[in-house]
Design a binder for this molecule. Sequence first.
Ligand SMILES: [Zn+2]
Length: 211
Amino acid sequence: MDKFLKKSDQHLVVKENVPNQRKGTKQKFKEEYIEYGFIASGPEDAQIPYCLICNSALSNESLVPNKLKRHLETNHPGHKEKPREYFEKLATERNHQSKKITTYLKLPEKGLVASYKVAQLLAKRKKAHSEGETIIAPALAIVVETILGPEAAEKVKKVPLSNDTMSRRIEDLSSNLKDQIRENFEMELETKVTSSENFEMELESKVTSSR
Ligand SMILES: [Zn+2]
């Protein structure tokens, strides 16, 4: 703010360091910010800058050229000379990936988590996980339909509780999804796949030993 409004020439306002932030005014993303490696994230009236290189989101106050530029130069010095096209390509890839991910991970993802929890319960009680299909699923549907109504029951029916569905889900996760998702999603997925594989093995041995 050092250059802002010199007393000697008040008519000359040096604009470069003046944050355009009246109270309550939100910063808006401008197309050219892609040059600093950023795209816009969040709703239209509360946009935040999202860094394409480290996948981190900054605050709305940082949505000004000098802050974005500083992030790029400080955190990603190796990328600061990259042309605009380079970041545009990253943005396109990113967009493509997140579309694939969201279509895949909505209800099936929740169902997957639910089915693991049920399988875990069965393992703890030393029950075969075929009981998920024969007893738990129908019982659950009855309870949910009675208390929450038919619409909720329909969702519950989509939770994979059979042997076949569960192992198919696990295969899907390891082959299909792993190919699709990279970078920040990959680590998270890795943990999920590994823990579900471990869990499957653990479950398998428990079921076998309880026979
Ligand atoms: Zn970054």
